[in-house]
Ligand binder design. Structure first.
Ligand code: IPE
Ligand code: IPE
Ligand code: MG
Length: 243
């Protein structure tokens, strides 16, 4: 069979990833779950570089969900520590490479230090244009929709907006992903076939690729394969097939 190659003229602009399987990866090696998360961060950095090389413009990776607060306290603080580390140790490299960093999610329950690091990183990189890395942290799709609804309701209450003026564009602009195009492709690793409350509104027409590999084993090659898979899809958007 002829091997398929990536069509460079049809690279998705925005790829969203559910980086899943860190814990099972570690468990399979007799290591504590945190070792999986640590390796996962390394892989996330490699994949960020790979995505920029491939010509993807936006990469949204999910590092902590609104439901992950249900995990044991040691794991939660370990994951917070990894975010701190990334926002400190890797920030210069991101900045020098023209990466604009955004952190998507709720500020609720995050401590002052975490919020300061997030704000600093976002502000430092806000004018960078080479690549957009969005870290979804304390992110939940329903929370995103609720906070958008609240923002719009307040505007209506203040008399700055009429209920009839609320449309899809205005709603999209009120989400954490304001200014970011909807993802064309979602990849979830570790063979879990669910969305787990990720970017729900934004994924209305996203193509999904589920792969068996645990996130710490994910490679650039897996990313290219997922893009090839995406490129075979017939994206109809409700219309009749053009093929
Ligand atoms: C994904 O790996 C990373 C986070 C949710 C932070 P998991 O920690 O969910 O790993 P598994 O699914 O338990 O293997
Ligand atoms: C989703 O993975 C959240 C992140 C990858 C950060 P989970 O491992 O938390 O999702 P469930 O619990 O399997 O649905
Ligand atoms: Mg998981």
């Amino acid at each position: 069979m002829e091997e398929k190659v990536v069509d460079k003229n049809a690279i998705p602009r925005h790829v969203a990833i559910i980086m899943d399987g860190n814990g099972r990866w570690a468990k399979a090696r007799g290591m504590p779950r945190m070792m999986g998360h640590r390796k996962g961060v390394e892989v996330a950095k490699e994949i960020t570089r790979a995505a920029a090389d491939i010509g993807i413009e936006y990469l949204t990776i999910w590092a902590f969900s609104t439901e992950n607060w249900r995990r044991p306290p040691e794991e939660i603080s370990g994951l917070m520590g990894l975010l701190h580390h990334t926002l400190k140790a890797d920030l210069t490299e991101f900045h020098e490479n023209g990466v604009r960093l955004r952190v998507l999610g709720s500020r609720k329950n995050l401590d002052q230090k975490t919020l300061e690091l997030i704000d600093h990183a976002v502000k430092l990189t806000q004018n960078n244009t080479r690549f957009n890395l969005n870290i979804a942290f304390n992110y939940g799709g329903r929370d995103d929709i609720i906070q958008a609804a609240r923002t719009l309701a307040k505007k209506v209450q203040e008399g700055a907006l009429q209920p009839d003026e609320i449309n899809e564009d205005l709603f999209s602009e009120s989400l954490y992903t304001c200014g970011i195009p909807d993802p064309e492709l979602l990849i979830r690793t570790s063979n879990e076939l669910r969305i787990s409350n990720y970017i729900l509104w934004q994924m209305a027409y996203t193509e999904m690729v589920f792969i068996e590999t645990y996130w710490p084993d994910f490679t650039k090659d897996d990313l290219l394969k997922a893009i090839i898979d995406y490129q075979q899809r017939d994206r109809r958007f409700g219309k009749v097939s053009s093929k």
